[in-house]
Write a protein that binds this ligand. Sequence first.
Ligand code: GAR
Length: 224
Amino acid sequence: MRNTRRRTAILISGRGSNMASLIAAAKHPEYPAEIALVLSNRPEAAGLDYAREHHIATAAVDHKIYAGRENFEAVLQRMLEMHRIDLICLAGFMRLLTGSFTQRWQGRMLNIHPALLPSYKGLHTHERALADGVKIHGCTVHYVVPEMDSGPIIAQAAVPVLDTDDAGSLGVRVLEQEHIIYPRALGLVADERVKIENNRVVGACTHVEHTPLVVPGFDEEEDG
Ligand code: GAR
């Protein structure tokens, strides 16, 4: 374990339930990341209030007032530098980032996506999974690369799709899993327990709903 906690920024656009799960994990003194900044591109994002209540520095960088993505991202970058950020977690951050921004943060920026990538990139993942009749759905934490919803996979969780599911009920169960795997994935990255080999993350974490979470190395150590 590293002896300094990695300073992490969480980027949100909305309610921030994944952000809350990361904040909760980082309250543990041995967690290898601290949440140093919550930043939203929407000043009205509910997640900002939550972060303030938890005494975390917040910033709103309203994308609408900047002409072009580069200008918006230049302000973002300045904020991240001001707060001496090491790692970024995108958590429901609904702005596409340019190739140059993602390249700058490559290996240091994570995203959570509500599907088992590489299936169902983009929006409306639960509706599309139901329309296709898949029987297993889930969520993915991955490193961010310039191509949307791609990049080496750090953690995945699977949930069965039930006959009775609609997008709402399926989404609720997937979100529960998001809240489990995102803190684990950030922990693995912050603790430098994973490495990328040929686009594959070695030491990644998998979870299937209702079974114990599997994190190579991590749980073995915790158990004994
Ligand atoms: C989450 O389900 C997250 O996976 C998804 O947005 C939701 C944000 O919820 N992200 C994406 O769709 C990104 N492609 P939250 O604000 O409660 O964390």
